[in-house]
Design a protein around this ligand. Structure first.
Ligand code: AMP
Length: 192
């Protein structure tokens, strides 16, 4: 089994690349951001709880996020592996992921971090906001808060996997195809 974490700040292209990698390596793409948007759209209790955080660009509490992620993993025992997009975003989330993957005897294979300068992230997200209808992409203050939350709360996840020799940094600026090639080169090296 192959379990990849696609990592990076908001707007770094995780969703776009995760979709392509999922097709290429036959993995199940799990995006916690997409899962929250689905719950919010359908007005579920989980969605109502999540909305107050996503609207402000804050992280949804670990207790909610970890449970939601685990049920998606548990519901898919037959897959060849997972590509996690937007999870884990905190150290407790990383530890929870390690624990339930080790229960399946399939640890994290690699974490791939897409690096993009802050000002390019803001430009990309404001552009996406004009077409996506995402409230958290429409307001520059919320975008800047999401980038700050990433730096403060999410960045340590890189070190958690670097300590296991599993974390890789990649240049996230360029065409979609070029970035995909960079990702595949690292993944193929790790899988050799
Ligand atoms: P994303 O689509 O990954 O940018 O996520 C959109 C929003 O969903 C984030 O700003 C958070 O409010 C929430 N979210 C997504 N994934 C997580 C996570 N792993 N932990 C906490 N909150 C999350």
């Amino acid at each position: 089994m192959v379990n990849l974490i696609l990592f990076g700040p908001p707007g770094s292209g995780k969703g776009t690349q995760a979709e392509k990698l999922a097709a290429q390596y036959e993995l199940l793409h799990i995006s916690t951001g997409d899962m929250f948007r689905y719950e919010i759209k359908h007005g579920t209790p989980l969605g109502l709880e999540a909305k107050s955080y996503t609207d402000r660009g804050e992280l949804v509490p670990d207790s909610v996020t970890i449970g939601m992620l685990q049920s998606r993993v548990d519901a898919n025992p037959q897959v060849k592996g997972f590509i996690f997009d937007g999870f884990p975003r905190t150290i407790p989330q990383s530890e929870a992921l390690d624990t339930f993957l080790s229960g399946r005897k399939t640890p994290v294979t690699a974490l791939l971090m897409l690096e993009v300068p802050d000002e390019e992230l803001v430009t990309r997200l404001l552009g996406r906001g004009q077409v996506s209808g995402r409230a958290d992409d429409a307001d520059e203050n919320i975008i800047r808060n999401r980038i700050q939350v990433y730096k403060n709360e999410t960045n340590p996840v890189f070190d958690h996997y670097a300590a296991q020799g599993k974390a890789f940094r990649l240049d996230g600026v360029g065409s979609i195809e070029d970035i995909l090639d960079r990702l595949c080169e690292v993944i193929d090296d790790v899988l050799e």
